[in-house]
Design a binder for this molecule. Structure first.
Ligand SMILES: [Zn+2]
Ligand SMILES: [Zn+2]
Length: 411
């Protein structure tokens, strides 16, 4: 019962959940003191959110915590502010990587809790503080009871929210000494029952990208708009045409969705007919090749319409995410591990239209993403009221520990 004593009982809503937590703690490797310290650690991270690419202090906090558990090596500044802890058994065998993210979001937190964000306009509204803590909990367990062969990597990657971090990690020459054979990640997924893990083989997250389309014409007096070349009509036409490119609907192999997220024309004044306009469009697809095709169509449309109205056009590409595909073998390893420790799992709500840059690790490793439920009524990700439930720390770390021991054994 030692785990239950420190859990927030108000987060438990059925006897199933209690059973799950007890079995989830089957390793008996996390003590009460661990859970108290890990909860404090998670809340400390929550108080100090940093945006993508700016994760200096977060990386420093992670490095200090890792030093206390003495991994074989700590790799710093990988792919930017990334940090990797290597636990090497010294015996040849596979390298198993577990991924968490360092970055927070430009969202003003609305929670009034002791550990609310201390930084105005920034918060850990995607639960990355919890993911980091799950990795640290795993590190504690591996440090106490080492693996028999191969290596465990705890990978704290930067810039997940912008889609740049995982790519920067694998492109960094420092990654050559890591070269994972297997890669696993847990992301919290509101909407699922507490402690339930959604996963599936194949597509789990769609590809997406952001495209800014800038149109440039010529201003004129508002009394004589015919003397200028305003982008207004071109933008009106583009809205309909761009939305028609990606109608959305059911998430099948042909899924394609275009969402206009921002539009601006001219300046907030009454005297000037505008010269400049901008449209932000997010493109989403179930396949990388489909995403590229829709992007090309969007660019062609903009070029054609801009030409029709005598406007110059410029494109800026941003937030590019590939699809995340779960490898069949990695999926089976994860499901077997969860079944062994009694974590309920299935494919509820999958695949997801939202994107996740973890897919990049799957280009060179057998990878699987697991979506951990905080409870059906929990606030959505990227919501100003989001706060990672600490009661998920022992469940997430128990899953990772079991995966590591199934693949690498225990000394
Ligand atoms: Zn996010
Ligand atoms: Zn996230």
């Amino acid at each position: 019962m030692f785990i239950i004593e420190t859990m927030k009982l108000d987060t438990l809503n059925s006897t199933d959940n209690i059973f799950l937590i007890l079995k989830g703690a089957a390793s008996k490797m996390l003590t009460n003191t661990d859970l108290i310290e890990l909860t404090e650690f998670r809340q400390k991270l929550h108080r100090h959110p940093e945006l993508s690419g700016e994760e200096v202090e977060t990386a420093r906090t992670i490095i200090s915590a890792l030093k206390l558990i003495s991994p074989t090596k700590i790799v710093t500044k990988i792919g930017g502010h990334g940090v990797a802890a290597i636990f090497d058994s010294g015996i040849s065998g596979p390298t198993v990587l577990f991924r968490a993210e360092l970055d927070a979001l430009p969202i003003d937190e609305r929670n009034n809790i002791d550990w609310s964000s201390l930084i105005a306009g920034k918060s850990h509204a995607c639960g990355h503080d919890g993911h980091m803590t799950i990795l640290l909990a795993l590190g504690r367990m591996i440090a106490r009871k080492p693996i028999a062969k191969g290596r465990v990597i705890l990978m704290f990657q930067p810039s997940e929210e912008t889609g740049n971090g995982a790519k920067a990690i694998v492109a960094d020459p420092k990654y050559s000494e890591i070269q994972a054979d297997w890669a696993f990640a847990i992301h919290v997924k509101p909407g699922s029952p507490f402690g339930y893990v959604a996963t599936c083989p194949g597509l789990i997250n769609c590809a997406s990208l952001g495209l800014k389309i800038k149109l440039k014409g010529k201003t004129a007096h508002a009394a004589n708009p015919e003397d200028g070349t305003p982008p207004t009509q071109a933008i009106a036409k583009l809205i309909t045409a761009l939305e028609a490119l990606g109608p959305g609907g059911e998430l099948n192999d042909n899924f394609q969705l275009t969402t206009i997220t921002h539009i601006q024309i001219g300046e907030p004044t009454f005297g000037v007919a505008p010269s400049d306009g901008i449209i932000y469009i997010t493109i989403r697809a179930a396949k990388d090749e489909l995403l590229i095709k829709i992007e090309a169509s969007a660019r062609n449309l903009a070029l054609l319409i801009a030409k029709e109205y005598g406007l110059k056009v410029e494109f800026i590409l941003s937030d590019v995410f590939s699809t995340s595909i779960n490898n069949q073998d990695a999926y089976e390893v994860a499901v077997n591990a969860m079944n062994a420790i009694g974590v309920s799992n299935g494919n509820l709500g999958l695949p997801m239209k939202a994107s996740e840059d973890f897919g990049v690790f799957g280009w060179s490793a057998k990878a699987a993403m697991l979506c951990l439920g905080p409870g059906e009524k929990y606030p959505a990700l990227h919501n100003p009221n989001y706060d990672f439930p600490d009661s998920l720390i022992p469940i997430g770390s128990a899953i990772f520990e079991r995966i590591a021991r199934d693949l690498l054994g225990t000394k």
